[in-house]
Ligand binder design. Structure first.
Ligand SMILES: Cc1cc2nc3c(=O)[nH]c(=O)nc-3n(C[C@H](O)[C@H](O)[C@H](O)COP(=O)(O)O)c2cc1C
Length: 304
């Protein structure tokens, strides 16, 4: 019999390895008729900023071959409305909830996490989105600098004993170095990858596809990039890696585990079917029986 239970660090147990990725599942309360979120191993909320944010003007999502290009611009309700209006519901869930945080300065990340620590006591932890422009550093993303990643992680570590995973951007030269910096700062896990920088336009009129021009590519198109990143990170740190990028089947989950992931997140595939994460669990168990393994741990990092 396959056992899908996953241990993340010391304190967090997932009923199965499949989580919903940030930005693709709202705050967990938008699709109750379509999927029972409690059947997911975990859920990462949409990234929260300190103040409410409308994000970029439309168009902000466009389809590309085997992918989605988006420039939502971190549209969200802000931490105050989240704590008052969304956290109480999230705390009733049986699935493990991770709150995603995005700041424009180190101080903003600190303020957001502090506000949630004050009002919430049942969430499993946090995912720190470091693919955000750092105002103090002239707009350079937090996630491209190992030293800033370490400083930010260490600051947040002082504020909570809950699970902290640092979510890495693939748009860097050496993703393993950033993962190591997060580990040195005291992270409990690494999630990867966020979207890959992309651009599209109408070839005849030249009209930009996204109002922001530049967007982030996700979906099956980025799966091999994500697998390479997970492989590299898993080789560099001794923390659990939560892999994502183009997962749409149980076979894909196994690919990520073989690359070194302990658990996975599903993003873009939720737009086609919000129940995809739950629906592929039966197939995952079937494949594990076919491979004659009881736990995914047995094939983690195993590529012949
Ligand atoms: C429309 C959209 C919105 C997203 N919003 C966020 C976000 O708010 N915070 C974040 O960390 N990642 C966000 N992501 C990135 C996903 O969580 C995920 O890292 C990425 O899409 C790769 O996984 P996938 O190919 O399964 O979608 C978003 C992705 C999409 C497609």
């Amino acid at each position: 019999m396959a056992n899908l239970t996953i241990q993340l660090g010391r304190d967090v147990t997932l009923s199965n390895p499949v989580m919903a990725a940030s930005g693709t599942f709202g705050y967990g309360d938008e699709v109750p008729d379509l999927v029972d979120v409690n059947q997911l191993g975990g859920l990462v909320t949409k990234s929260l900023t300190l103040r409410p944010n409308e994000g970029h003007a439309p168009p902000r999502i466009v389809e590309t071959p085997a992918g989605l290009l988006n420039a939502i611009g971190l549209a969200n309700i802000g931490v105050e409305a989240f704590c008052a209006g969304k956290l109480p519901f999230l705390e009733t869930l049986q699935t493990q909830v991770f709150v995603s945080i995005a700041g424009a300065t180190v101080g903003e990340y600190v303020d957001i996490l502090t506000a949630i620590e004050r009002s919430g006591n049942k969430i499993a932890g946090y995912e720190i989105n470091i693919s955000c422009p750092n105002v103090d550093e002239g707009g350079m993303e937090f996630g491209v600098s190992a030293s800033i990643t370490e400083t930010l992680t260490a600051k947040l570590r002082q504020l909570t004993g809950r699970f902290i995973m640092i979510k890495l951007s693939p748009n860097v030269t050496h993703i393993d170095a950033i993962a190591k910096a997060a580990e040195s700062g005291g992270a409990d896990g690494i999630s990867a990858i966020n979207t890959v920088v992309g651009l599209d336009m109408d070839p005849l009129t030249g009209q930009r596809s996204l109002s922001n021009l530049i967007g982030g590519l996700s979906g099956p198109a980025i799966r091999p990039i994500a697998l390479a990143a997970v492989h590299s990170i898993a080789g560099a740190v001794s923390l659990p890696v939560i892999g994502m990028g183009g997962i749409s089947s149980a076979e894909d989950i196994i690919r990520f585990v073989r690359a070194g992931a302990t658990a996975v997140q599903i993003g873009t595939a939720n737009y086609r079917d919000p129940a995809v994460g739950v629906n592929l669990l039966a197939r995952l168990e079937q494949l594990m029986e076919q491979m004659q393994i009881e736990t995914l741990e047995e094939i983690r990092g195993v590529i012949h």
